[in-house]
Design a protein around this ligand. Structure first.
Ligand code: URA
Length: 244
């Protein structure tokens, strides 16, 4: 074997080793062969399967919903009526993340269909978006009794499904509504009043924190702030569109 070939082989082995180590760091314990891509692990956020070239596959929302099933992973299962997975465009460029289902959502099994949801629809319409254009989901998939605040263990149990939804959709932008969505996604304790209106990042995806529509129903004077945030989302969507 020539010295050159030997050098190239050693370099290729080194690159393969680094790749495997990087995948290990991401939590992969095994990799499937190209002959069985259906066995590839789900792509994490920021990795697209590139038509079978990446050693992972994009998980569908249906698969995630099937895995969630009739979830009994936390005590909210005993008080909920219906689990609220999420709704909208599976290829949405914008994902809207709320806190948890309320009474109407719990009854209908769909996020943001009550009063706050009607306001959210109007806010989206104001920047030229229909509900069907975006994907809407919550940090918690089940209603906390009497709409109490989500508890840390409930968020911890439920959040992996939100992470998988985001990895499946791979949105260009995220809009997080209210303190719980913002603080859960950003792993931050900074008050929403300080975070709103400034772009943050979730796993490399620009995230706009803004007030929750339910808060706006109680504090209509804050609609002006949310309007500014929405205009910023629209501006960024348009500039991403121009870049494509
Ligand atoms: N509030 C939320 O955060 N999510 C819903 O789906 C409804 C109300």
């Amino acid at each position: 074997m020539s010295e050159n070939l030997k050098k190239e082989l050693l370099e290729a082995l080194g690159a393969a080793r680094s790749q495997l180590e990087a995948l290990g760091d991401l939590g992969f314990e095994s990799i499937a062969t190209p002959e069985a891509p259906e066995l590839y692990p789900p792509c994490p956020i920021g990795v697209v399967d590139l038509g079978g070239l990446a050693p992972c596959r994009t998980e569908s929302l249906e698969e995630i919903a099937t895995d969630l099933g009739d979830c009994q992973r936390c005590p909210l299962a005993t008080s909920r009526t219906r689990l609220v997975f999420g709704v909208g465009n599976p290829n949405a460029r914008l994902v809207v993340v709320g806190e948890a289902p309320g009474r109407e959502e719990d009854l209908q099994g769909e996020p943001f269909v009550g009063q706050a949801g009607k306001l959210l629809d109007r806010l989206l319409n104001a920047i030229g978006l229909q509900r069907e254009d975006v994907y809407i989901c919550n940090v918690l998939k089940c209603r906390p009794p009497q709409n109490r605040d989500p508890q840390a263990d409930e968020v911890e149990t439920c959040e992996p499904f939100l992470v998988r939804q985001l990895a499946s959709i791979q949105p260009q932008l995220i809009m997080a509504l209210g303190r719980f969505a913002v603080q859960s996604l950003l792993k931050s304790k900074i008050p929403i009043s300080r975070l709103r209106g400034e772009w943050q990042e979730y796993q490399g995806i620009p995230l706009m924190p803004t007030f929750h529509p339910a808060y706006l129903l109680r504090n209509p004077e804050s609609k002006r702030d949310v309007w500014e945030d929405l205009k910023e989302v629209r501006r960024r969507m348009l500039s991403l569109e121009r870049e494509r």
